[in-house]
Design a protein around this ligand. Sequence first.
Ligand code: ISE
Length: 334
Amino acid sequence: MTLRIGVVGTGMMGQDHVQRLTTSVPNAQVVAVSDVNLEQAKRVGEGVGARVYSDGHDLVGDDQVQAVLIASPGFTHEEFTLACLAADKPVLCEKPLAPTIDACLRVLEAEAARPRRLVQVGFMRRYDADFRAMKDAVVGGQVGRPLLLHCRHRNPSVPPGFTSDMMITDSVVHDIDATRWLIGQEVVAASVFKPRPSSKAPEGLQDPQLVLMETAEGVLIDVESFVSCQFGYDIRYELVGEAGTVSLGELAGVRIRAEGRHQGRIPDDWRERFARAYEDELREWVNGVLEGTVTGPSSWDGYATTAVAEAAVEAQTSGRRTAVELVDRPALYA
Ligand code: ISE
């Protein structure tokens, strides 16, 4: 059986996903693409023999499309996800589920009224082999009760127009989701600390930043977000438990020892670092949809992550610790 998929948004991530779905994901076929940039959509669509739309709503309404992948800008996610829910079509929405708490709640409410989940959010770290091994070690009790989690999230550079709050809403959101998933607790408060900015950072950008999160049961998580680090894409985690530590990201890939030095590769960006995770995310999503279940990161995860991100942005501006208030978790996400 083949799942016929429509991809909304043919920018960088949309193109990546179309390519992956076409070449490396069994039982998947991209039958339609859409983008407000019709020329770009045509180039991408013609490459894979897909129908082309300028409006994502027409794609969602296409009878040939059985499931939808949303890779358009974050502010459009709510409307397309709601359209998929109304059309009863499973949807994999790139992060964020939506940029505001209110928008996330509208999606949550629309889905929670249904008998089964249709929405998955693209938090691909949950599919990365190292992140999964780390979670297994934590859940398996290998390092004891978690106390602290240190996260480093570094990008070599950012595009023009990238702002200090986007460091949280675009980057740290992955750490927020990974934290909730690894530790199995909700985040209840966030604070943001600002060292002196790097002279390599774009003018006006508060870079780096340190986001400190607290979970319901008192685990502390510090996230270094540094988006002008220059040297590559660097993701490193260390979880400190009562009986030991578990870490990832220190030594990925092969090492070369030559000419008095040892060297290893640092990825250029997240597409390289998480290439396999994206592939496994899509494979599991396609198989799940074909079997009638969606099990990956949920609308609840998307909502809770945006709620923490909003609190962190408020803390960034006010300089104060900001509490995170969540609504009751609907039964669908138990
Ligand atoms: C980017 O938008 C992503 O989603 C990457 O996964 C993240 O690591 C990066 O910091 C973001 O800018």
